[in-house]
Design a protein around this ligand. Sequence first.
Ligand SMILES: [Zn+2]
Length: 286
Amino acid sequence: MPELPEAQTIAQDLDGSLRGSSVARTELLFRPSLAGTMPLSELHGRAFTGAARRGKCVILRFGDLSLLASLRMTGQFVFGRSPGSGEGGPAGGKGKRSWPPHVRAALVLDGFEGPEGEDSLMFRDIRKFGRLHVCRPADEEALLPASARGRDVTELSPEEFHSRLASSGAPLKVALMDQGVMAGLGNIYATEILFEAGVSPFRPAASLSRHESDIILEAARSILDQAVRMRGSTVSNYQAPLGPGSYQELHKAYGKAGKPCPRCGTTLEKVRAAGRTTVFCPLCQK
Ligand SMILES: [Zn+2]
């Protein structure tokens, strides 16, 4: 599931690639992928005006209409060629090409051409949990899932961060991933941040001193910043429009259970709680 760095990368890719394009037509191939009452076809003829991220959501703007995308487990934006584009399709044009597998919706664009003749932005979603939503910009806030409405962990002041943790009744790692407490973190980055900060994921969030919460916030800022610069972590099926990320190469704890701690050499342990796996160093995360 994309977290802050992956959603940020997707929004940046789209913002840079789609400038100057407009929507020629739309296709909705799986009806439940579109939420709300406004049809995707409302976007016909509209010029792309920018992309942004809120929490883990991506927002595409077309003047006075917005397309909100909640990618959930496997939602992706990828460029592709619409059926019927080009010279009648591959292999001598026998038979009509269709959209690739798992494409749930697509925007066929004017004024956009990818390096291999792509003319469309496709929303591909294997597990089908992702949702698109066409709305007025004024309604964005109310329509964003709760997971995108909170402020980013990186936007909180040290005082706010400490007080949000202090008022949480949850263990620290659960509190960091609670999008109602702060937005943007999931299992990958919460695991990495707590490893970097040297704090146990199982501590009650309310037990942290201001000094400790400052260290965690500092680790969050530096890790998320570096992860955005490396286009996110390519684990599971994450894919951004202009290619994958490489931050997974710098993971120190996530996915490393049974391996030696890069700081002290102790074997990293794994605990499964509430359906999520937490990896940590039993010696240097206090
Ligand atoms: Zn260690």
